[in-house]
Design a protein around this ligand. Structure first.
Ligand code: ASP
Length: 484
C-alpha cells in the first residue's frame, strides 16, 4: 500500500473535507489504491500534491475506471489538464490542498429564437468536441446533446438560431464511408430547408478525410459547410472547443463562402481560426491546437471576432449563391487502399491487395513519386487485373513529377497515373468516390484528374508552404512586403 509514512500525510490548514461518502469518494478505486486513500484521507475530487520517487505531481484526484487496475491513482494535472496514473507504490507523501466536488454535467437549455438572426444547423458526429468527462470511468467519452452545447457555449445565441442534431457519437477513427454518405445526405436536407450554413462537429483525427469526402459528395453548394472539432476536451482549461465552435457557427451564419471547409485554431492561441479548403487540409500535429494546416496552398481566410479576413483573392474561392441547388453524389466503393511506400517494400504487399479484391490503390511514393524496382511486376499484374493505381507523394507538400527520372517514366508505363499535388488521403477518398460511379479505366482516370474543388491545383503559390498559417510572422511580413 505504498511507502507512505504518517508524518508525510498533510492536510493544508483550512481545508475541510465533508463526511466520507463511500459511494462517491473512492469511485472506481479498490485494493491497494483504495487502501492508500483510506489511510491518507484523500478522496476523489481532492486537490492533491503527490510526492513520488519520480517527483511531485499536482492535480485533482479523479474517479477511476471500474475496470482499471488497483495500483494507480489518477489525477488531472493542474498545469496542463492531462490525466495521468501515478503508481501507488511510488507515492511517499501526500498533501491535500482542497476539495471541490466535480460537476461535469452541463445544464440543458433551450436555444433562444430570434427572427432577425440567420438559421444554422449543427450536426454532431462525435469526437472530443462532443466529449465530457464520464463519471463512471473517469475517461473522456463522446456525449453530444444540443442543449448541453448551448448550456456550455451561450455566445452561440448571439450569432444565430442554432438547430442541433446528433448524427453519430463516434471518435473519428470509427468514422468511414457510411458516415460520410449519411452526413452528406443530412447536410443536403438542412440546406434544402434554407439554412444559412451547416456546421459538422467531428473528431479531429480523421476530420480531413471527412471534409474531402463531403467536398466530393456535395456539389454546387449554395452555403458554407464548416467542419469543426477540438484538440482538447471542454473539461480542460486550455480547451479549444468553445472558440472553434463559435468561429465555425459564425462562418456558417455569415461567411461569404460556399465550400466544405475545416475551421480550427490558426496560431497556438485563440486569436483567430483558419478556414481551410476541405481538400487541401491535414492534421499535422497530434496535440497542438493549431494542428490543421493547408498544404501546397493557402487557407481560404482567417476568421476572428471582427469577421472574415480572406487570404485567397475573391476569384479563388466559391461564394454564397442562393441559386445553387446542392447535388448529392454520396457513392463510395470501399475496395480502395493507400500504400505508403517504405524502402524494401515487397511485391506481396501489392499482390495481397489484389488477391483480396481491392480495386483501387493510392501509392504515397518517395520524393517525386517513386517505388522500388521489385514492385514493378506486381504493379503491372495489378493493373492488368483491372486495379486502378495512382501515385501521390509522401512528402505531402509538392507535386508528383514522374518525368524527371527514368524510374518515374517506367512506373507510368506500367499504367500508374500521377495525381499532381493531390494529398494521399484525399486521393484515397476521391478514388473510392470515383469507383462508386464507374470502373471504366479511362473514365476513372478522367474523373480522378478532373478537379472538383482544389484537390489538384495547377501550381503551388509562393506562399503555399506554411505561410499565413499562424506560424512565422517575420516571414509573412517579408513576403507581404517584398513579394506581394
Ligand atoms: N480521437 C479524437 C477523435 O478524432 C480526437 C479529437 O476529437 O480531437 O475523435
Amino acid at each position: 500500500m505504498g511507502n507512505i509514512e504518517t508524518e508525510n500525510i498533510r492536510i493544508a490548514p483550512g481545508v475541510k473535507l465533508p463526511p466520507v461518502d463511500p459511494q462517491e469518494d473512492f469511485k472506481g478505486y479498490r485494493g491497494r489504491a483504495k487502501a492508500l486513500l483510506e489511510k491518507t484521507g484523500a478522496r476523489v475530487w481532492c486537490d492533491v500534491v503527490l510526492d513520488t520517487a519520480r517527483g511531485e505531481f499536482v492535480g485533482v484526484l479523479l474517479p477511476r475506471s471500474e475496470t482499471a487496475d488497483d495500483r494507480h491513482l489518477v489525477i488531472k494535472l493542474t498545469y496542463n489538464g492531462y490525466n495521468i496514473g501515478v503508481a501507488v507504490d511510488t507515492i511517499t507523501g501526500i498533501t491535500i490542498n482542497g476539495y471541490k466536488r466535480g460537476h461535469y454535467q452541463i445544464p440543458e437549455k433551450a436555444f433562444p429564437y430570434d427572427e432577425a438572426k440567420p438559421n444554422v444547423t449543427l450536426l454532431g458526429t462525435g469526437g472530443t468536441i462532443a466529449s465530457r468527462l464520464d463519471y463512471r470511468t473517469g475517461a473522456v467519452i463522446p456525449a453530444f446533446s444540443p442543449g448541453e452545447l448551448y448550456g456550455a457555449v451561450p455566445e452561440l445565441a448571439d450569432i444565430c438560431n442554432l438547430q442541433t442534431y446528433k448524427l453519430y457519437g463516434e471518435f473519428s477513427e470509427n468514422i468511414g464511408p457510411k458516415h460520410w454518405a449519411g452526413t452528406a445526405e443530412a447536410i443536403a436536407k438542412e440546406i434544402e430547408k434554407g439554412v444559412a450554413g451547416v456546421v459538422i462537429g467531428h473528431g479531429t483525427d480523421t476530420m480531413h478525410y471527412t471534409a474531402a469526402a463531403l467536398t466530393f459528395m456535395l456539389q454546387d453548394l449554395p452555403v458554407p459547410v464548416v467542419v469543426v472539432g477540438s484538440q482538447r476536451s471542454s473539461d480542460r482549461p486550455s480547451s479549444d472547443a468553445a472558440y472553434n465552435l463559435i468561429r465555425a457557427v459564425q462562418t456558417a451564419a455569415y461567411g461569404d463562402f460556399a465550400e466544405v471547409m475545416i475551421c480550427m485554431f490558426g496560431p497556438t492561441s485563440d486569436s483567430y481560426d483558419l478556414l481551410h479548403r476541405g481538400t487541401r487540409v491535414r492534421k499535422m500535429h497530434s496535440s497542438y491546437r493549431s494542428t490543421f494546416r493547408t498544404l501546397s496552398d493557402t487557407p481560404i481566410a482567417r476568421v476572428d471576432d471582427e469577421g472574415f479576413h480572406p487570404i485567397k483573392s475573391e476569384t479563388q474561392y466559391r461564394h454564397r449563391n442562393p441559386e445553387n441547388k446542392v447535388k448529392v453524389r454520396n457513392v463510395f466503393d470501399e475496395r480502395v487502399s493507400i500504400v505508403w511506400y517504405y524502402p524494401n517494400m515487397q511485391p506481396d504487399v501489392i499482390d495481397s491487395l489484389v488477391d483480396n479484391g481491392y480495386k483501387g490503390i493510392i501509392i504515397a511514393g518517395t520524393g517525386l513519386g517513386h517505388v522500388n524496382k521489385p514492385l514493378y511486376p506486381a504493379l503491372k499484374r495489378a493493373i492488368d487485373a483491372g486495379v486502378h493505381i495512382f501515385m501521390t507523394v509522401q512528402t505531402l507538400w509538392g507535386y508528383v513529377q514522374m518525368f524527371v527520372y527514368d524510374t518515374g517514366r517506367d512506373i507510368m508505363e506500367l499504367g500508374v497515373t500521377p495525381l499532381g499535388n493531390m494529398l494521399p488521403e484525399v486521393a484515397y477518398v476521391k478514388l473510392g468516390w470515383v469507383l462508386g460511379h464507374t470502373h471504366e479505366r479511362e473514365e476513372v482516370i478522367e474523373m480522378m484528374r478532373t478537379t472538383v474543388n482544389g484537390e489538384w491545383t495547377e501550381r503551388e503559390p509562393f506562399d503555399g508552404y506554411l505561410l499565413f498559417q499562424g506560424g512565422l510572422p517575420e516571414l509573412e511580413y517579408y513576403y507581404k512586403r517584398y513579394r506581394l
